[in-house]
Design a protein around this ligand. Structure first.
Ligand SMILES: [Zn+2]
Length: 87
């Protein structure tokens, strides 16, 4: 069975959870989703085939490669949401 997913989604969600208290922004569910969606639109999708055992190492490498971009995109998203919250 072929399976694949955009692991950038998981990386952005993970970094959001880790960094949300530093974003200086509302993190209710609506704002969280807006920030994450904004960040994902700024970042390249990274599709991987989810074969057992492979995913973790690729995730680790991609996080290191894209960490700065992910944090910058989250900070930008938080700025926009702070100025214009939809909740
Ligand atoms: Zn909110």
């Amino acid at each position: 069975m072929a399976e694949y997913k955009n692991i950038m989604e998981a990386l952005v969600e993970e970094e959001f959870e880790r960094a949300q208290h530093t974003l200086n922004c509302c993190t209710c569910e609506a704002c969280r989703n807006d920030i994450i969606a904004y960040a994902l639109n700024q970042l390249p999708p990274k599709y991987v085939a989810t074969r057992k055992g492979e995913v973790y190492s690729k995730t680790y490498i991609l996080r290191n490669q894209h960490y700065a971009d992910i944090m910058a995109a989250l900070a930008k998203g938080a700025n926009l949401v702070r100025e214009n919250p939809r909740h």
